[in-house]
Design a protein around this ligand. Structure first.
Ligand SMILES: Nc1nc2c(ncn2[C@@H]2O[C@H](COP(=O)(O)OP(=O)(O)OP(=O)(O)O)[C@@H](O)[C@H]2O)c(=O)[nH]1
Ligand SMILES: [Mg+2]
Length: 217
């Protein structure tokens, strides 16, 4: 069988793991919630954002990465994050928690407003170094994910797929979903050629993702 590209990212070596651990154990703060493009902070830091369908686990992943349980507001109600939330990581980086796309428990007009803002942000932010596109490892890539990936292609924003909630899936199903994700990603020129499989609950993949973020300049 031909192996599709997009292998899982390798685990960092001890030195990379340790420096990433230190970065994320250091100063992390909520800076601001942004509701319009003119509210964005100056684009003078290396910025990474977490995009994905409502409820995929974006806010939980930020909490797991930073080891702070309630830094980003996570909840079982899809549509919890309603602003573009900026967190400072050390002196040189921003972590950005985005509102989900897809379904949400909010009035249509409100959802349309975030979706517009989300698309403007993803296509027009000069300092955005990488977008992590979160995919639920039980569900794989959906049509709305592909829409976002196409937008990122057009804006030439490198994006990396992160499969979330790996604790909720059995090995056998996982391989099937991974192949579906690989097949979809292979159509997107802006896709970074490595995947990360994470569990914010159990900690799988968290050190790897920290090292990826710490390694961006
Ligand atoms: N089992 C398991 N549950 C998770 C994991 N990550 C997130 N969840 C749960 O999934 C639900 C949604 O998590 P959030 O982090 O709020 O998701 P989100 O993508 O930020 O959602 P929106 O802000 O609404 O778009 C919560 O009930 C989390 O506890 C994980 O790795 N494993
Ligand atoms: Mg959220």
């Amino acid at each position: 069988m031909t192996q599709l590209p997009f292998p899982l990212a390798e685990e960092p070596d001890d030195a990379a793991r340790e420096s990433a651990r230190k970065l994320f154990a250091g100063e992390v703060d909520f800076l601001k919630g942004v509701v319009a493009m003119d509210g964005l902070p100056p684009d003078d830091r290396t910025e990474v954002c977490f995009a994905g369908r409502s409820n995929v686990g974006k806010s939980s992943l930020i909490n797991a990465l930073t080891g702070r349980k309630a830094l980003a507001r996570a909840s079982n109600t899809p549509g919890r994050t309603q602003e573009i939330n900026f967190f400072t990581l050390g002196e040189e980086r921003y972590l950005v928690d985005l509102p989900g796309y897809g379904f949400a428990n909010a009035p249509v007009a409100v959802v349309e407003k975030w979706q517009r803002l989300l698309k403007q942000y993803l296509s027009g932010r000069a300092s955005l170094r990488r977008a992590f596109v979160l995919i639920d490892s039980r569900h794989g890539v959906k049509a709305v994910d592909e829409e976002i990936m196409t937008l990122l292609d057009r804006s030439a924003v490198t994006f990396q797929a992160v499969l979330t909630k790996s604790d909720k899936i059995r090995d056998k199903e996982r391989e099937k979903v991974l192949d579906q994700v690989r097949e979809k990603l292979s159509k997107h020129p802006a896709a970074y050629p490595e995947l990360v499989l994470t569990s914010s609950e159990k900690g799988d993949g968290i050190a790897t993702l920290r090292a990826i973020i710490a390694g961006l300049d």
